[in-house]
Design a protein. Structure first.
Length: 101
């Protein structure tokens, strides 16, 4: 696992989030209340997780169970109630995941 760090524009560390998926990329919800992280977790599972912006437990919202799929972690974005991402196998497609709370 890796650390996710929130910093100021000047590089001052404001907050450090531990135990993040390896190779993670992150996006913040439009209202700033959640951080979404994509990557491979220590148990080998791949997916996208969210946590409150203040920190806390990760909750998986998207699981990538097919080992044949290549998931480019930098290619996802969070909207109000959707996650947009690309999944590559032999070619890339854009997928939309509706978030239901």
């Amino acid at each position: 696992t890796e650390d996710l760090v929130r910093v100021t524009r000047e590089g001052e560390v404001l907050q450090r989030f531990g135990d993040m998926p390896v190779g993670a990329s992150a996006d913040v919800s439009p209202d700033g209340s959640r951080i979404y992280v994509a990557g491979t977790y220590s148990d080998g599972s791949k997916g996208i997780w969210w946590m409150p912006a203040e920190g806390g437990e990760l909750t998986k919202v998207v699981a990538f169970d097919d080992p044949a799929l290549t998931v480019p972690w930098s290619a996802f974005s969070v909207a109000d109630d959707r996650i947009y991402l690309t999944i590559a196998e032999y070619e890339s497609d854009i997928h939309v995941v509706d978030l239901e709370w």
